[in-house]
Design a protein around this ligand. Structure first.
Ligand SMILES: [Fe+2]
Ligand SMILES: [Fe+2]
Length: 500
């Protein structure tokens, strides 16, 4: 699975907390009912206006009966829609947080749709020349679909677009042209928001979406209502597309802060060494900082080789070992010129100190709000691999049955995304090649191949979407960068005249 969003998302989570399928269904239904109830309040408030012919024989009791019926209908729709996708589409998340986020966005969109239509109707000058139905072409679904794609992934953004289109079309009295426009414009916005590493790119996504929205609005207006509002429909569609970039940029930081997501824009902000964690790493653990920078370079090259997310790989690599802070002397990259403290420690104690850096890293990532994608990679970067360096020392204990080999494994989980797998490979290969003295490119290649094969045969890549072709491409990319780094370490003549 890719981590963005791309992944992310980027990236996909296992069923939350290992809940049973039945438990997940009931939780989803409960969340759907809650979301449906919120929508029902809106429908209750605006029911007469939105469904003027719906009261029928229920007469005065319609608002109440209608609200209950709508709660059930919306809840069923949401639970069936997202439940089906969660079961059958691999990259669709089922975590309660994601569901809450999507429902909050849909709700916000419903409010925005109603507000846009009502506010424009209040402007008399506009009302004289513009048919009120074309106001619906300003409903900002493209912006919201872009946000979902950037913060979660493309599959979820399509699902969101369909669900939000249906719900928001109700704000425009459920007209066909509105529903079709929302479906089309949302898909167009999401489709263009593939990689958004900075604000300029987000604005450009909006600019590229604008002509599609304008064309869709004009075509729908013409086909359903003739040429009367054609020009205004086109203008409103274009404005909708142009505003989608700024709106998405305004919504994203709030969503990141409230729900713990990390967009590529946020990742780029985190990559500066001004961040307190990176500053500490640089000052207190220069060895680990250097290791992290090299792992980032290797992982970025690996990601580019297979079309994974290079920004996520580079930035997550910078933070992957933050759990080592405070335990500088226990990690080999910081032991240059000093005695190895593990020589005086039992294998069991060494094991506990080394293993703890993963858990501590996850805790620090939460404390500093690094976002879900970096936190997941920190948790998964060693998978359930063995602590080979202490295993030999612990052999006598294992033979005496005072310890088992399994005790010298990291607790996991194994990498779930391609980006986490790439960082695991980059981390292990960098450490192995660093231990070689002036290796030739062929030796680097043999070492990288050996480490990649060992990780694969140990089953560490069983839970991610890395194919054998990807694995080969990542290994080759890492090998080339490591060989170039090793080759660059030339002797500098003592008289200072050699290098230029
Ligand atoms: Fe580590
Ligand atoms: Fe590392």
């Amino acid at each position: 699975m890719s981590g963005s969003k791309s992944a992310t998302r980027s990236s996909s989570l296992p069923p939350e907390n290992g809940a049973s399928p039945g438990g997940r269904y009931w939780r989803l239904l409960a969340l759907s009912l809650a979301s449906g109830a919120v929508f029902a309040v809106l429908f209750y408030l605006w029911g007469q206006e939105l469904f003027p012919r719906a009261a029928g024989r229920w007469g005065g009791t319609f608002p109440f009966v209608g609200a209950v019926a709508l709660t059930l209908a919306v809840a069923l729709f949401l639970s069936e829609w997202f439940g089906f996708a969660g079961r059958e589409v691999r990259k669709v998340r089922l975590a309660a947080r994601d569901f809450l986020f999507l429902c909050s966005l849909a709700l916000l969109l419903f409010f925005a749709a109603k507000a846009v239509i009502d506010l424009l109707a209040e402007i008399p000058a506009l009302g004289r020349g513009v048919p009120t139905r074309v106001y619906a072409y300003l409903i900002p679904l493209p912006a919201f679909a872009m946000v979902v794609r950037v913060l979660i992934n493309s599959e979820t953004s399509i699902l969101f677009t369909v669900a939000a289109s249906v719900l928001s079309a109700a704000a425009a009295s459920g007209s066909w042209p509105t529903l079709l426009f929302l479906l089309l414009s949302g898909t167009a916005g999401a489709a263009r928001a593939r990689r958004v590493p900075d604000r300029y790119r987000m604005l450009m996504v909006g600019v590229q979406t604008a002509p599609v929205c304008a064309l869709a609005a004009a075509a729908l207006e013409f086909s359903f209502h003739g040429g009367g509002g054609l020009l205004w429909a086109g203008i409103f569609g274009a404005v909708n597309g142009l505003l989608s970039g700024p709106i998405a940029l305004a919504v994203m930081p709030v969503a990141e802060s409230a729900f713990g997501y990390a967009s590529d824009i946020r990742l780029m902000e985190l990559s500066g060494t001004g961040h307190p964690l990176l500053s500490r790493l640089m000052m207190e653990m220069p060895g680990t900082f250097h290791h992290s920078v090299v792992v980032g370079t290797l992982a970025e090259a690996g990601a580019l080789a297979i079309g994974a997310n290079p920004v996520l790989c580079r930035v997550a690599a910078l933070y992957h070992d933050i759990g080592k802070l405070g335990k500088t002397q226990y990690f080999s990259e910081n032991q240059a010129g000093v005695a190895n403290v593990h020589d005086a420690m039992s294998p069991g104690l060494s094991r506990a100190v080394i293993l703890s850096h993963v858990k501590e890293g996850v805790r620090m990532a939460g404390e500093f709000r690094l976002g879900d994608r970096i936190t997941e990679i920190i948790a998964q970067h060693h998978g359930t691999s063995l602590l080979y360096c202490f295993l030999d020392k612990a052999r006598p204990m294992i033979q005496d049955r005072k310890a088992s080999e399994e005790m010298f494994r990291y607790p996991g989980p194994k990498p779930k995304t391609r980006e986490a797998a790439i960082i695991m490979l980059a981390d292990a290969t960098e450490a192995a090649v660093r231990s070689l003295d002036r290796p030739a490119p062929q030796k680097v290649d043999e070492t990288v191949t050996g480490i990649v094969n060992r990780i694969y045969l140990d089953g560490q890549l069983n839970e991610c979407d890395l194919t054998l072709r990807d694995l080969h491409a990542v290994g080759r990319a890492i090998s080339q960068v490591l060989a170039a780094i090793a080759h660059g370490r030339v002797d500098y003549p003592a008289d200072g005249k050699g290098a230029v």
